[in-house]
Ligand binder design. Structure first.
Ligand code: CA
Ligand code: CA
Length: 147
């Protein structure tokens, strides 16, 4: 485990995040993932979020309803990237409220709390557009992706 990830999250906090994703996915067929990396390099956070969305094969869910929470730890940058199915259904400002809430927590150094809050709202909101079905499959791992 990279030191920079550990500087952000303890083992316990990481497990809490995985649990939060599992809980959120009980409300929706949408699939939520978190990706952590050290830096965006020369790219924007949105660019990197889009890249990792593809790299993690998040565009391959049946309803195209994956959501990636991307965090560049050293740069303190956050971006959300969501699948086409979601973008077709939700209003343009859908994510802004969630991002704003998370950034408020991050500014207080509350990283896991901020992520958990974002995941909870996302699960609830996605549940309205993509309710969970009885035969739901966990299409994407709930584990945190990190490099
Ligand atoms: Ca699912
Ligand atoms: Ca999942």
């Amino acid at each position: 485990m990279s030191d920079y990830v550990r500087s952000l999250l303890s083992d316990e906090q990481e497990q809490n995040l995985v649990d939060a994703i599992s809980q959120a996915e009980l409300q929706t067929s949408g699939e939520i993932r978190i990706h952590l990396e050290k830096s965006t390099g020369k790219y924007s956070a949105e660019n990197r979020a889009r890249y990792w969305f593809g790299k993690l094969k998040m565009h391959k869910t049946e309803e195209k309803n994956g959501v990636l929470f991307y965090l560049a730890i050293q740069d303190r940058k956050l971006a959300l990237w969501s699948g086409e199915g979601i973008n077709q259904k939700v209003p343009d400002n859908f994510w802004q409220e969630i991002v704003d809430l998370m950034i408020t927590e991050f500014k207080e150094e509350h990283f896991s709390e901020g992520l958990i809050a974002g995941i909870k709202i996302t699960g609830k909101a996605l549940g309205e557009f993509f309710p969970r079905k009885n035969d739901d499959i966990d299409e994407l791992s709930n584990e945190i992706s990190k490099v």
